[in-house]
Design a protein around this ligand. Structure first.
Ligand SMILES: [Fe+2]
Length: 199
């Protein structure tokens, strides 16, 4: 597991370099390190180690497995988030067409996903639902809560306060508007094409 470099040039519009620096270099990097640390601890258990103490109330294995999903999703969600930043915010491609068709207009989709970001405590995720074969916005209050298996993330919006508090204080609505201003629709479209092909 390698730390992914920031995939865009700074500065963004309305999201400061300071915010991005803390978000990427400290928080995201911290999840990458914890993911590695947990996997190192799991390695012997995956290869014939002593598993007899496994217990759902408390056990070392339970603590590792709980930390594992938090750290791994912490890595992946942040990578998806950074991957769709650094663009000009102008909807384009098959994804834009599919969203317009499914939600009636691009405006409807952006309003809906923005509101989902206001209603969540951690994440709003536009995903391709491989079971329904449809675009869905799901929300999570923690990295390892609210995710739906079988769904492939396309546009991931981080709504934790660390994503905006330095720039807009408690005004999350303005941060979400800034997120859309910087959206890289080309990158999001590539994820959509990949997801629908896989599906
Ligand atoms: Fe974050």
């Amino acid at each position: 597991m390698e730390l992914q470099a920031l995939p865009f040039q700074q500065p963004l519009d309305g999201i400061s370099p300071k915010t991005i620096e803390i978000h990427h270099d400290k928080l995201y990097a911290g999840y990458v390190a914890k993911k590695q640390e947990i996997q190192t601890a799991l390695n012997p258990l995956e290869h014939g180690g002593d598993l007899t103490s496994a217990n759902q109330t408390y056990s070392a294995l339970r603590a590792l497995k709980d930390g594992e999903t938090f750290a791994v999703n912490g890595v992946y969600l942040h990578e998806y988030y950074f991957d769709v930043l650094g663009g000009d915010g102008k909807p384009q491609g098959e994804l834009a067409n599919a969203l317009t068709e499914q939600f009636g207009s691009m405006e409807n989709f952006i309003s809906y996903m923005s509101a989902c970001g206001m209603a969540a405590r951690g994440w709003a995720v536009l995903a391709w639902d491989t079971k329904e074969k449809a675009l869905r916005v799901y929300t999570g209050d923690a990295h390892n809560q609210g995710g739906v298996w079988g769904c492939l993330p396309i546009i991931v919006l981080d709504v934790y306060e660390h994503a905006y508090f330095i720039d807009t204080g408690s005004d999350r609505k303005t941060y979400i508007a800034n997120f859309w201003k910087n959206l890289n629709w080309k990158a999001a479209n590539a994820l959509f094409l990949q997801a629908t092909k896989q599906a």
